[in-house]
Design a binder for this molecule. Structure first.
Ligand SMILES: [Zn+2]
Length: 166
């Protein structure tokens, strides 16, 4: 199987957001493409916060406290412990991802609150956090990416042109 990185851009922004193949592969592997598959959730990490392109090098899978086809809950304590652990290895958490059982996912009210909470908690180290929802289409179309700056949730546009196989 081939996994390519993906690139996204916010309108008007001069930085780009990239997903390394390893991170893309983990999210792809958990997409809800089967009828009974449950939502999955995890965090996104980068090594370098100073670069003009933010590269999500690593995606994790959090053990859900509760999951079903349309909803997933994780323990904030476990997410925090993971961030502390990976920070010791030079990885900074820049956001969160989860899956939806729909082709063209959009964030629920609960999702929006979660994104906002992450954005506010990440201040002042980060001016925004990455919020990914993985739908059921073939990548890169499966991926919808937003950035929450603590005040607004902005949709980022995919600039990936190459076909990916999940
Ligand atoms: Zn959701």
């Amino acid at each position: 199987m081939m996994h390519e990185g993906m690139r996204f851009r916010l309108e008007g922004a001069h930085w780009v957001l990239e997903f390394a193949p390893e991170a893309t592969a983990l999210m792809c592997a958990n997409a809800q493409t089967k009828l009974l598959s449950c939502e999955a959730v995890g965090q996104l990490y980068t090594r370098d916060l100073t670069s003009s392109s933010v590269v999500v090098e690593h995606a994790t899978l959090l053990k859900p406290r509760h999951t079903c086809r349309g909803r997933v809950k994780f323990a904030p304590k476990a997410a925090y412990a993971e961030r502390v652990e990976l920070f010791r290895h030079g990885l900074h958490c820049v956001g969160i991802w989860h899956t939806h059982p729909e082709p063209y996912p959009s964030p629920s009210g609960e999702d929006r609150r979660l994104a906002r909470d992450y954005a506010i908690a990440a201040r002042p180290a980060l001016s925004g956090i990455v919020f990914v929802i993985v739908g059921t289409q073939l990548p890169p179309n499966a991926f919808r990416v937003w950035v929450d700056n603590g005040e607004e949730l902005h949709l980022a546009n995919s600039t990936s042109s190459r076909y990916m196989d999940c």
